[in-house]
Design a protein around this ligand. Structure first.
Ligand SMILES: [Zn+2]
Ligand SMILES: [Zn+2]
Length: 75
């Protein structure tokens, strides 16, 4: 069964989520024909979560130590 993979960024402080990317992951059967979803078993949906701190929380927590364009270490 083939799957759409929803790449979701989830803020570990306020739990807000944001979809960054949706990619297609073919199963081994569909890969033989090279067409996504061609296995005939349907297409599922898989979330892929990464934790991050959203800009709102960054701004709120790190007013003075926020580093623009860089990762802010959580202490
Ligand atoms: Zn498949
Ligand atoms: Zn947040």
């Amino acid at each position: 069964m083939c799957n759409y993979v929803n790449h979701v960024r989830s803020c570990y402080l306020c739990a807000s989520e944001e979809t960054v990317l949706i990619s297609e992951k073919s199963c081994s059967e569909a890969r033989k024909t090279g067409r996504f979803g061609s296995c005939g078993k349907g297409v599922g949906n898989k979330p892929y979560r990464t934790q991050y701190r959203c800009w709102k929380c960054s701004a709120r927590m790190d007013g003075h130590s926020y580093v623009q364009g860089g990762e802010v270490a959580w202490v």
